[in-house]
Design a protein around this ligand. Structure first.
Ligand code: CP
Length: 354
């Protein structure tokens, strides 16, 4: 094989690898399929040993160039529940600090033998760029203002677990839309699943143009709140604000914060969501964050199952079934058999130890 053909073969291999870079890359059936596979992993998480050997021998790398608590820990937990090996990359103690490029870093990690890279970066487009440099599957764990697809999947899963279908449901996204990758991903997933999305924010925290977005816009949270099934609050992202976009946080809270009085005006059965980390007392009152209608810790719990479903679907044995319902049912059967084998191994170890 000459070198041109070798490059072509490598590029072809890369283009055939499955990645998760954006919700926009998924159609409604693919979203529904991932949510159905998530059901199976929620059930796996309730088992006495919440672990299956599905990805034994596979290696998943956490490549976080930006801080994270929830996303990083839940991807690590998900990979371990699937019995994958994990590698964690710490930017602060890496050779990036000696001037090594991101591309050389990726190629170095890839040379150790990896199957998936979970990437977070402060710049939009870095996960897509990394997907062009590696043969591993790339999962976007949040890039700049652009996308956070697994957050959107776990939010859709959580909202559906409370509301049933999102078809015709009304969802308000409140706060710093302009700097929010969560807003961009969630608008796409909520509207793909049939919900009507209203953005509630001061004009300075909205993007310059909204003409391509299938949303309504309001500056009146008090008028919108009694009409919605979900009030989804966004964090005031002070680290991404390069100019004073609100007169003061106190003024922001007075107009756009979910205070106790405002939360009292929501419909029965309506839920409050937040991707975390929260600024208690700014976008959400501390008391409101702790109400039963605030499902913020459920979002985190569902994150492990969603990320398990994503890793399994990208790295699993592949789909043989013709429909997504058949695929999801097969995953459920397969993981039930796999759990039997994990239990058998654990029992064998226990017997050896006695
Ligand atoms: N929601 C979210 O992405 O949180 P982390 O920044 O803690 O991962």
């Amino acid at each position: 094989m000459n070198s041109l053909n070798a490059h072509e073969a490598r590029d072809k291999d890369r283009s055939q690898r499955a990645h998760l870079l954006s919700i926009a890359d998924l159609d409604r059936d693919e979203i529904e399929e991932l949510l159905r596979v998530t059901d199976t992993f929620v059930e796996v998480g309730r088992r006495p040993i919440p672990k299956v050997p599905a990805l034994r021998g596979r290696t998943v790398v956490m490549l976080f160039f930006e801080d994270s608590t929830r996303t990083r820990l839940s991807f690590e937990t998900a990979a371990k529940r699937l019995s994958a090996d994990t590698m964690s990359f710490s930017v602060s103690s890496s050779s990036l600090n000696k001037g090594e490029s991101v591309r050389d870093t990726i190629e170095t990690i890839e040379a150790m033998g990896i199957d998936a890279v979970v990437v977070r970066h402060k710049s939009s487009g870095v996960p897509a760029q990394i997907a062009r440099w590696t043969s591993a599957s790339v999962i976007n764990a949040g890039d700049g203002w652009h996308q956070h697809p697994t957050q959107a999947l776990l939010d859709a899963y959580t909202a559906r677990s409370h509301l049933g279908s999102l078809e015709g449901r009304r969802i308000a996204l409140v706060g710093d839309i302009k700097h929010s990758r969560v807003a961009r991903s969630n608008i796409e997933i909520f509207t793909a699943l049939g919900a009507q999305v209203t953005l509630v924010a001061p004009r300075t925290l909205l993007p310059a143009s909204l003409s391509a977005w299938p949303v309504q816009v309001s500056q009146d949270l008090d008028a919108v709140l009694p009409t919605v099934d979900v009030c989804y609050l966004l964090r005031m992202q002070q680290e991404r604000m390069t100019e004073a976009l609100v007169p003061s946080l106190r003024e922001y809270t007075a107009t756009y914060g979910l205070t106790s009085a405002r939360a009292d005006r929501m419909k029965d059965g309506a839920i409050i969501m937040h991707p975390g980390p929260m600024n208690r007392g700014v976008e959400i009152a501390s008391e409101v964050a702790d109400r039963p209608s605030a499902v913020i810790t459920e979002q985190v719990a569902n994150g492990v199952a969603v990320r398990s479903a994503v890793l399994f679907t990208l790295l699993g044995a592949g789909r043989q079934q013709s429909s997504s319902a058949a695929y999801a049912a097969n995953v459920s059967n397969e993981l039930s058999v796999q759990t039997d084998s994990v239990l058998a191994e654990e029992l064998a170890h226990a017997e050896e130890a006695t």
